[in-house]
Design a protein around this ligand. Structure first.
Ligand code: ZN
Length: 309
């Protein structure tokens, strides 16, 4: 019996080792918005990726925004995907060129929440993300994009990009159910209390909106269905963009965890091999991971599921 178990264990560990893990860089080091605790959210993202056993994650922290970038040249090519938890105003031209070369050669990029506020004046980055908010983005950044009457609409009317109401749970609607990231997800699901980004502007080129959320005017919303999850291509590169994930509590939503894990795999490989967890939220019920929410003691669990009166 003992040898049988030992053999079984060897076979099992052999199977696990056989698949080469996907190399991920989480890029952080700055947030122009002081309320984004990037050190904590990086740890949450690292944990969410590594628990799948599909990824090995290296955290690369850029110098602070006003710091010395002369020695900062991360070897992007070593990674299949870069997860950006980074929000800075600008980079030196050589560093931007290095990142563009990585993406041109088929790199992967995942953009989470405030990372889409970054680099308002870097055209290639704004093409990669499709949409961005804040940092004085207005009409020259591109039109606003949202769903109206079930169709993706671009709106060139001027106005500052980026706004959100109070954090509260909101319902997502799948818009591209056949995309690899979305296959098997329900048509609608509840996201745990988070900021619902609206009025995002950008080129919106080569962009597939995967899911939207209705921005209720009662909570400073636009009355439109706003893009929440997007898949894009830029040259040979693939990009997954989620506007959700304000803090560790928001990142604890099982819907966030699942789409983040799947979106990162897709950006790295163009495929998704992961199953949907049984605890995935439904159209009416929030589902979050208490172990992850507990990493953010400032936010009580109740906030994640309760609609304000
Ligand atoms: Zn935020």
């Amino acid at each position: 019996m003992k040898w049988f178990l030992a053999t079984l264990l060897m076979l099992w560990s052999g199977a696990v080792m056989a698949a080469t893990p996907i190399k991920v860089m989480i890029l952080d080091g700055a947030s122009a918005a002081a309320y984004h605790d990037w050190k904590l959210t990086t740890q949450v993202m690292k944990r969410e990726l590594e628990e799948t056993d599909l990824f090995v994650v290296t955290v690369v922290s850029a110098p602070p925004a006003e710091g010395d970038f002369s020695g900062f040249h991360p070897d992007f090519a070593k990674y299949q995907v870069v997860v950006s938890n980074y929000d800075s105003q600008d980079w030196p031209a050589a560093l931007k060129a290095q990142f563009e070369a990585y993406m041109k050669n088929g790199g992967g990029l995942v953009v989470v929440h405030g990372a889409d506020n970054a680099f308002p004046d870097w055209p290639a980055f704004n093409e990669m993300t499709g949409l961005g908010g804040w940092r004085k983005r207005d009409a020259p950044a591109g039109p606003k994009w949202y769903y109206q009457n079930g169709k993706l609409t671009s709106d060139t009317a001027p106005g500052l990009a980026g706004l959100h109401g109070k954090r509260r749970p909101f319902r997502l609607t799948a818009r591209a159910p056949d995309h690899p990231i979305m296959r098997g997800l329900p048509a609608e699901w509840m996201h745990a209390a988070d900021e619902l980004y609206t009025r995002l502007r950008g080129p919106g080129k080569n962009m597939t909106v995967l899911a939207t959320a209705y921005a209720d005017p009662a909570n400073r919303g636009t009355g439109f269905d706003e893009p929440m999850l997007m898949a894009l291509s830029w040259e040979k590169g693939r990009i997954f963009h989620t506007t959700m994930g304000h803090d560790a509590a928001a990142l604890s939503c099982v819907g966030f965890v699942t789409t983040f894990q799947r979106g990162t795999e897709w950006a790295a490989t163009g495929r998704v091999t992961q199953k949907i967890p049984k605890s995935f939220p439904t159209a009416d019920t929030v589902s979050f991971r208490p172990d992850i929410a507990a990493m953010d003691p400032a936010v009580a669990d109740g906030v994640l599921t309760t609609l304000p009166k």
